[in-house]
Design a protein around this ligand. Sequence first.
Ligand SMILES: *Cc1c(COP(=O)(O)O)cnc(C)c1O
Length: 374
Amino acid sequence: MTKIHMVDLVGQYEKIKPEVDRAIEEVIKSAAFINGPAVKRFQVDLETYLGVNHVIPCANGTDALQIALMALGLEPGDEVIVPSFTYVATAEVIALLRLKPVMVDVDPDTFNVTAEIIEVAITPKTKAVVPVHLFGQSCDMEPILAAAERHGIPVIEDNAQAIGAMYAFGDGTKKRAGTMGDIGTTSFYPAKNLGCYGDGGAMFTNDDALAEKLRMIANHGQSRTYYHDVIGVNSRLDSIQAAVLDVKLKYLDEYAAARNSVADRYDEAFEGAEEIQTPKRQPNSTHVFHQYTIRVRNGRRDELKEHLSEKGIPSSVFYPLPLNKQEAFAPFVDPSLELPVTEQLCSEVLSLPIHTEMDEETVDKIVDSVVGFF
Ligand SMILES: *Cc1c(COP(=O)(O)O)cnc(C)c1O
């Protein structure tokens, strides 16, 4: 039996090796390492795939979030609503820009923020909201967009974990996660669903003026070479990474289907286990299963993790500590803030291996080990 991994990037590479190698070699031979044609090609292909007017590539998903916030022209102290149950980057950039992260709870079944949760947190100082499509499923965006519009608040979707997920509006319109708010952001970190072989990220928008601003900020606030209109940053996607991504984009839906078949088998196997809550599928969003995250309901999450580890099965806790309880955020959040769902999730969630190369034998072994524990 081969070693079990949370993700299998080597196995994935082996299947597309000739294409990837050719794409990388082409960039090396052209020496167009920065802003080469490969970047433009990937940008256009991703725009087509997402059905969005503008994709602005950048250096990583954290930069994408930071640049998105910078483009909104917020003032120090402005409030930005963000879930506490997310990766640190989502809230970190808010604090970094001297904005105030207003951390909110999430839905216990989908792990995502909802319009109701957001609306309660809105004050006259709220200047943006950052829903995160956690673990691969879109937030219920229609009511979130409606609430944001009622209050005149821009929406930045953190889509680092759900690229490719499709959301259906009540009228039947379908849109990809990350293309519904004012700006969407993503990460091409290797382990993400669309991952490169290093760091990478991008922003999406349908707004021409915002696209221009985002592009300018990512490029030193430059409108034309050596003329700088605003303070910006240096955040570029390497041509080599873009070349890899352009190859992998063609397989993204196939990869999502492979992840879904693993998720289906987990769902089925855990159906009878009352100690396990399987991830809830929302009727109006597809799930791309960046993570397959269960809740262990009997206080034995850590024990299960240890049990799996002894059997050679890795698992991860995303995330072990609410962001509002992290030391780094102490100066930014009210110490008396209580987010009971987030708190509970942090003690119950466990993400099992799920990736594009998992065979039945591996899934069976994991299933048997989990079910056997209870
Ligand atoms: C990975 C991730 C990011 C950050 O992406 P990087 O490319 O690592 O900077 C931001 N938000 C979420 C939810 C993520 O999962």
